[in-house]
Write a protein of this length. Structure first.
Length: 267
């Protein structure tokens, strides 16, 4: 097993990509600590543990610096260290700039960016001391590009572009300590929040709407949280030791298109 004996912490792990990443890491031998602002993270951790893998949980709001310190302290006392940190927690409500107040703007940056600073700061001293660590930050193709033709992504795009800058600077700062810091830029991934954006409110035809949406993507489908999990697995493994400061797009070929030639139904 590629991650046997490793201790991995995932933020925003109650559902969606964070839950999928946690499942893949646990299935590959890691002890995974799922964290989320929602207490329902307990159910997700339990479902992984019921499959026979090592999964625990902590309620942790990445916007609360004290809670973040306390939770990482508890994890370190219990497990002795953190080998892998997956900074995944993020939100993506759409709001046009002229309709945005300060509170909205600050909340976006607090969760999507500052949360990553806090979690990385909590694990880095130990990783530097042991000369080992893997940090994976969840950015998005939205940041270097714009996803929503209708607008409303200035704040989200700014946070996700900032995640790339954060990753590169931290990678350089920690490379000599044997720490790898990389960022993933997912395209359209099938998660509960994305479902709200791309599915339908009407029960029954939501699945069909999601399938139809997938035909806009060259590989003919939206990605799954486990697709992202498999990439995190590589970045969390020793096989990725020469990779740091990289931004990796996982989007089924979607941003390759200069012109839409779909629908891309499987042939
Ligand atoms: N789904 C996509 O298509 C897609 C594409 C590109 C990037 N992403 C990024 O991937 C990450 C996960 O997205 P998702 O689609 O799985 O979203 P999601 O909403 O399904 O899951 C996000 C999780 O983060 C948690 N969370 C929210 N605020 C938090 C806080 N303050 N502290 C701790 N946890 C918090 C939520 O409770 C939830 O469990 C986000 O960073 C998102 O920007 C998603």
């Amino acid at each position: 097993m590629r991650l046997e004996g490793k201790i991995a912490v995932v933020t925003g792990a109650m559902q969606g990509i964070g839950a999928g990443v946690s499942r893949v890491l646990a299935r590959n031998g890691a002890t995974v600590i799922l964290t989320d602002v929602s207490p329902r993270v307990e159910e997700t951790a339990r479902s992984i543990a019921e499959e026979g893998y090592a999964a625990e949980h902590h309620v942790m709001d990445v916007t609360d610096p004290e809670q973040v310190s306390e939770v990482f302290e508890e994890i370190t006392v219990r497990h002795g260290r953190v080998d892998v940190l997956v900074n995944n927690a993020g939100i993506y409500p759409r709001r046009k700039l002229v309709e945005m107040d300060e509170e909205f703007l600050h909340r976006m940056f607090e969760i999507n960016l500052f949360g990553m600073f806090r979690c990385a700061r909590a694990v880095l001293p130990g990783m530097m001391e042991r000369r080992y660590g893997k940090i994976v930050n969840m950015s998005s193709v939205t940041g270097s590009m714009v996803g929503a033709p209708g607008g409303g992504q200035t704040a989200y795009g700014a946070t996700k572009a900032a995640v790339i800058g954060f990753t590169k600077a931290l990678a350089l700062e920690t490379a000599q300590y044997g720490i790898n810091v990389n960022t993933i830029l997912p395209g359209y991934i099938h998660s509960p929040s994305a479902y709200g954006l791309r599915g339908s409110e009407e029960a029954g035809d939501a699945e069909e709407k999601m399938r139809e949406f997938g035909y806009k993507i060259p590989v003919g489908r939206q990605g799954s949280p486990e697709d992202v999990g498999n990439l995190v697995l590589f970045l969390a493994s020793d096989e990725s030791s020469y990779l740091t400061g990289s931004e990796i797009v996982i989007d089924g070929g979607n941003i390759l298109q200069e012109e839409y030639l779909g629908p891309y139904k499987p042939k």
